[in-house]
Design a protein around this ligand. Structure first.
Ligand code: F6R
Length: 603
């Protein structure tokens, strides 16, 4: 979600770090900072907002000559996007930057405070630099102090540290967050959390493995894994920058579809302890006051609300209303002060949802924003907020934002259900196991996309699409239809499978395409008979299911799962790829479809 860079060499360090960060800015930009160590003097700079604010602050600075530098662009997870919370974090004579989440930071922080350490920020990252300096104070040399520090960290990290005690050295470590080291032809050394920042700058790269750490200085890079020292093996970097930003994918939307496994892992990180869900900012007091939930959003976020509505009622046994924000605003709703109003929005700026949130606040409802952008208008306005941690979504058609909204809402449902006692013991553990399993469900290989690509050629004409499903697969059908509409410009509707016979089935003929979501763990037989009714009227059936449907014209097999939400997420990815492949065949601009905007700040 954040971006980090590092440099050891003679070039102008300000330029190297700022241009590296610029390439990573698309991952998050609520604040940025850098630290430079030249001739045993360390200087640092931080600024809130876009990277240009940091560049402006540093416009009169220059750092030529040999030295080391580290930089960071931040997308807040712990602590607000303020200058104090921006990286690098400082100790007495060392600085650190970090991507990821240190899950045991609270425990480490308590220990350090007992040792007399003073903390300036609210971040988890700051523990790294203080732990390192405490290890030095206790007599370890810099390399051993770094190793002892890394040994204490739990969670995910890609981290770089520089210190006056070891000028000319960058200490690094990586586990479950990306980090690469690169070299140019002069042997100068670069670090980055994505090779987007290295392409065009360095010649060769080494992608560090999980649970590795080490030290780099000009002419020497030492890398260690749990099994001892590793011989560095560098490979050539590709020369093309635009290829790098998309990480080899043809479109940002395609990249974002495949990122879903890792952003869902980010959204879960630090929020499950054993079989307990721990959500920052969601207190027992807030939960104790709830006897109804109102979910309100627009577009794809509204579909996430519909999915969550089923979960709130089924799992947490709380009454739930779901509203489209533009309708809610003018419907003169009767509101009850014991309802929790949840606004769901990727951007946090959608005018209709923001106004709906204001109406709820004016009626004295407690409010929660489920949002991807910290410090957005909705996050600032709501009583509490949960960030979805999807990172910046560049494709106009939302994919990973939707996936992380549902995960965050599901976490909230589990937190509420265990607070209310509607879910406990083995049943709670089953849900926790299921939600933790989702990142691996979404680790899908190329064969599936290849299969969908081949099938997609059958769906370029005809007189329209119905996507159908039941329960949570009904809002997924709505979302599949919306994705297809947005980027292919073909007419598509989502419908509850059981509702087709009440009218729309009149449209069924050999030119009607029906995409049928047939999960095995939820109402399989019911959807199957709805699909049979359509097949009997000669409609074209594309069935998506773990079990082959004998009447289908095309069939996409999903994996056998034991929880319907695992099937949900896999089918979500199938539908996203289906829309993408149809759109590509039709020659459309996948990332910037006509007539649409990423953030809709008008009514
Ligand atoms: C569809 C899409 C839109 C948004 C909607 C709400 O792919 O992206 O339907 O979901 O405009 O936007 P947010 O979530 O920013 O409030």
């Amino acid at each position: 979600m954040c971006g980090i860079v590092g440099f050891i060499g003679n070039k102008e360090k300000k330029d190297v770090v700022l241009s590296g960060l610029k390439e990573l800015e698309y991952r998050g930009y609520d604040s940025a900072g850098m630290a430079v160590l030249n001739d045993e003097e360390i200087r640092y700079f931080k600024a809130v907002g876009k990277l240009e604010n940091l560049a402006n602050k540093m416009q009169d600075e220059s750092f030529l000559g040999f030295g080391v530098a580290i930089g960071h662009t931040r997308w807040a997870t712990h602590g607000k996007p303020t200058e104090i919370n921006a990286h690098p974090h400082l100790g007495e004579h060392s600085f650190v930057v970090h991507n990821g989440i240190i899950e045991n930071y609270a425990e480490l922080k308590d220990e350090l405070i007992k040792e007399g350490v003073h903390f300036a920020s609210q971040t988890d990252t700051e523990v790294i630099v203080h732990l390192f300096e405490l290890n030095l104070k206790q007599g370890l040399d810099a390399k051993s102090a770094w190793e002892a520090t890394i040994a204490r960290l739990r969670g995910a990290y890609a981290t770089l540290l520089i210190s006056k005690t070891a000028p000319g050295v960058i200490f690094f470590a990586k586990d479950a967050a990306p980090l690469a080291i690169a070299k140019d032809s002069a042997g100068e050394i670069f670090f980055a959390s994505s090779d987007a920042a290295l392409i065009g700058v360095a010649k060769e790269v080494l992608y560090l493995e999980d649970k590795s750490h080490g030290f780099a200085s000009l002419g020497e890079i030492k890398i260690y894994s749990a099994n001892g020292e590793i011989k560095p093996a560098f490979t050539a970097l590709p020369p093309d920058k635009s290829y790098a930003q998309k990480e080899g994918y043809r479109y940002f939307m395609e990249k974002e579809i495949y990122e879903q496994s890792s952003v869902i892992a980010d959204a879960l990180m630090g929020r499950i302890k054993g079989s307990e869900v721990v959500l920052e900012g969601v207190s027992d007091e807030l939960l104790g006051e709830i006897d109804e939930i109102i979910l309100c959003a627009c577009g794809t976020s509204y579909h996430a609300a519909l999915v969550a509505g089923y979960l709130f009622e089924r799992v947490a046994r709380v009454r739930c209303k779901i509203a489209i924000a533009s309708e809610f605003r003018y419907s003169e709703p009767v509101l009850n002060e014991r309802s929790l109003f949840i606004a769901i929005s990727q951007s946090g700026e959608t005018a209709d949802t923001l106004e709906a949130l204001k109406i709820a606040k004016a009626a004295n409802l407690k409010s929660l924003a489920i949002c991807n952008v910290d410090n957005s208008s909705m996050v600032r306005l709501a009583d509490a907020s949960l960030l979805t941690r999807a990172g910046i979504e560049k494709g106009v058609a939302s994919t990973k934002a939707f996936a992380t909204q549902i995960i965050t809402l599901w976490l909230f449902v589990l937190r509420l259900a265990s607070f209310k006692g509607t879910l406990r013991g083995e049943a709670l553990e089953r849900e926790i196991t299921a939600i933790k399993h989702i990142p691996s469900v979404l680790n899908i290989g190329n064969e599936l996309q290849e299969k969908i690509r081949r099938i997609s050629k059958h769906y370029l004409h005809g007189h329209g699409f119905f996507f159908i499903g039941r329960d949570v697969f009904y809002p997924l059908a709505l979302e599949g239809a919306l994705k297809l509409k947005e980027i292919s410009y073909l007419h598509a509707e989502g419908y509850p499978a059981g509702e087709m016979k009440h009218g729309p089935i009149a449209l069924a003929d050999e030119r009607l395409f029906c995409v049928v979501l047939m999960p095995k763990n939820l109402l399989y037989e019911k959807v199957k008979s709805n699909a049979q009714e359509l097949a009997a009227r000669d409609a074209n059936i594309l069935a998506i299911s773990p079990d082959e449907f004998e009447l289908s014209d095309d069939f996409i097999r999903t994996s056998a799962q034991t929880h319907y939400m695992a099937e949900f997420f896999e089918m979500m990815m199938v539908l996203q790829i289906f829309a993408l492949e149809v759109s590509i065949r039709l020659g459309n601009d996948v990332d910037m479809p006509r007539n649409l905007a990423k953030s809709v700040t008008v009514e």
